[in-house]
Design a protein around this ligand. Sequence first.
Ligand code: OAD
Length: 235
Amino acid sequence: MKVVVLTGAGISAESGIPTFRGAEGLWEGHRVEEIATPTAFQKNPELVHQFYNARRRHLLQDHILPNAAHTALADYEATHDDEFLLITQNVDNLHFVAGSQNILPMHGQLMEAKCTETDKVIPWHLDLTPHTPDPETPSRRGRLRPNVVWFGEMPYGMDKIRRAAQNADLFLAIGTSAVVYPAAGIVQQTPKNCRRVEINLDATPQSEVFTETIRGLASIEVPKFLKRLQSEETI
Ligand code: OAD
């Protein structure tokens, strides 16, 4: 059984990372859609860096850890004997920390920086400023930006995502509001006979496309669902 999982901010909420569209969806009075854009970075790079610096520092705190949903996905993948792809919209690194292997962070990663000249991506854990040079660009013209995909930019891995979705036997969407495209449209690319399961606190605009909808906390419902799946597989 070929499994494709798509996760969003809801899976990390119980790890202490605020979601985008929840009550705390604003940052210092700005909507995320106003900060996470190339235009905002051009006009006010300090503000954009401040936003991501704060998120990076938050993520680096010792108490921000994977929860039972991240761990259950990693454990499931470790015993799964067919293709498994974990697509995440999250820029936090909690799936990596939990031990998942085949991860595609389609919106990039906060703990990485990208050179504005060469597009090369390097691991990065420190604050960035508009003047932080790319240490690897000989011209020193390159500046570093967070390796996160902004509104209006193309997410990573779209070809791989399309191929995986078109071949999926099971598509599992966890903790995503399904309003940001192209991620929200991945479920539509799965074949007719694909089992499509949505685990989320609330209904989403895509809920009707799913064959099963489970309402509840990811930390409870994801381990429960994956356990049920494993017992179905062994029958
Ligand atoms: P959102 O904040 O839009 O949605 C989070 C979803 O998770 C909501 O539907 C919540 O109901 C649900 N949720 C919250 N807590 C949960 C929990 N404990 N268990 C289960 N579900 C829970 O986040 P995303 O859908 O990930 O893009 O947002 C998509 C993209 O929009 C992000 O990747 C980001 C953002 O702007 C970029 O930055 C490009």
